[in-house]
Write a protein that binds this ligand. Structure first.
Ligand code: C6P
Length: 424
């Protein structure tokens, strides 16, 4: 059963008072989520009881730590329904997962080959490819978005050509909330012989994902966006591709044998995990996965859609506000991004913070998308399963206060102006 009051008691931070007397209303979950006590306790438990390096020692502590760390691969396998636990590689975050792919897969690209991205990518899924373009003469193209903030699937089909070797796409935009049709793109990629990479940083924490069913070749996400610790990311990939790929980093653990002349590589996944990994955080991430699975991804998704619907409805009274993304809450669950030409998003975020409400303002590490939307920055509220309608009421009422302060209500005609800025 989805018991929100019971769930909220698992998060001590949700009882925190900001500025002495304002109860925290945390609506910056797309940046990072809060951690339940069980996850924090798992970190303490590891350091207090079985702290040891893994894969190396034969002593009891090393065995316990190794087994706890390796068990998390099986938990990720169950979370994502991939074929084997050995297809799960631990990285530092989504960013590192995509850098690993751009570096390692990039080795096999030739001059003139193409990498296809979208206009709604986070910098994490742009810069690694720009860096690759600095080493190889590849072309990078962007699939445009429509004025309804969805991928333009017609143009997408035309952009996939013989030279398209890699398609790398976000599953859910961290700005628009748009959920892309990965299955459809996977079919096109497969027919063309292109490799499909999915950035699931904003989707895996919020909806049930079946890696095999999605049909992509690689998928990545971050622990810290799903109640786990920072410093842990996941890269899941098809085993036959991972086996062919060269390593990203060199050092301990990723080798089988080293001589004065050369070395041989370890098996997948350890081939991609050079050096002492983030043992404690990976173990606590395993606890976060179990915690989320207990609540249920379907329940989480449903609750977030309801909250989004509720918030969109309440925000609709601010007719002077430009809200980006689909008006259908089910298509953009959990993320609401907005702006107004009179008041800068940073001012909105700073003012409502005085009442304990935390949202994000800025370019959200998606500057090309901001350019496409015709703005330099936006404000963004993002929800998770522990948020409530009462919190949204507080958010809306403090927003009202901020707009009153800036006398924004007097600028209704600006809505039309900002709408125009969006169309190409
Ligand atoms: N977006 C946000 O506030 P890391 O930092 O590596 O864990 O995640 C990077 C990343 C990749 N893809 C998408 C779609 C993302 O949203 C993010 C992180 C945060 O929107 C921090 S910038």
């Amino acid at each position: 059963m989805f018991d929100i009051e019971k769930i909220r008691k698992d998060f001590s931070i949700l009882e925190r008072k900001i500025w002495d007397d304002k109860l925290l209303v945390y609506l910056d979950n797309a940046a990072t989520t809060q951690k339940p006590k069980v996850v924090i306790n798992a970190l303490v438990e590891y350091y207090e009881n079985y702290n040891a390096n893994i894969h190396r020692g034969v002593h009891k502590l090393a065995e316990e730590a190794t087994s706890a760390y390796e068990n998390v691969r099986a938990k990720v396998k169950s979370f994502l329904s991939c074929d084997e636990a050995s297809e799960v590689i631990f990285t530092r975050n989504t960013t590192e997962s995509i850098n690993l792919l751009a570096y390692s897969l990039g080795e096999s690209l030739n001059d003139g080959d193409e990498v296809l991205l979208t206009e709604m990518e986070h910098h994490s899924n742009i810069i690694p490819w720009y860096l690759l373009r600095g080493r190889k003469k590849i072309n990078i193209k962007f699939i445009p978005i429509t004025d309804q903030y969805e991928l333009d699937y017609e143009k997408l089909e035309k952009l996939i050509v013989k030279g398209t070797k890699i398609i790398s796409i976000t599953h859910k935009s961290n700005v628009l909330g748009t959920v892309n049709d990965i299955k459809k793109i996977a079919k096109l990629a497969k027919d063309n012989g292109s490799i499909l990479i999915v950035d699931a940083a904003q989707s895996a924490p919020h909806m049930k994902i079946n890696f095999t069913d999605l049909g992509c070749d690689f998928l990545s996400f971050s622990s810290h966006k799903m109640c786990g610790p920072t410093g842990v990311g996941v890269l899941v990939g098809k085993k036959e591709l991972l086996e062919k790929m060269p390593p990203f980093l060199g050092g301990g653990e990723m080798i089988r044998k080293v001589t004065f002349e050369d070395f041989t590589l370890n098996d997948v996944p350890w081939k991609f995990e050079a050096g002492t990994p983030n043992i404690a955080d990976v173990i606590a991430f395993g606890v976060a996965i179990e915690y989320i699975q207990k609540i249920g991804l379907e329940n989480i998704h449903k609750h977030e859609i309801e909250l989004t619907k509720y918030a969109l409805d309440k925000l609709s009274k601010f007719t002077f506000l430009k809200i980006y993304g689909s008006s259908d809450a089910s298509k953009r669950a959990g993320i609401i991004t907005f702006s107004n030409p009179v008041v800068h998003p940073h001012d909105i975020a700073t003012i409502i913070d005085q009442d304990g409400v935390a949202i994000r303002a800025g370019h959200h590490c998606a500057q090309p998308l901001m350019k496409r939307l015709g703005v330099s920055a936006t404000a963004r509220a993002s929800f998770y399963f522990y948020n409530t309608e009462e919190e949204i009421d507080i958010f809306v009422s403090v927003l009202q206060k901020a707009f009153d302060y800036f006398e924004v209500g007097a600028c209704k005609e600006l809505k039309g102006e900002s709408k125009e800025r969006v169309s190409k």
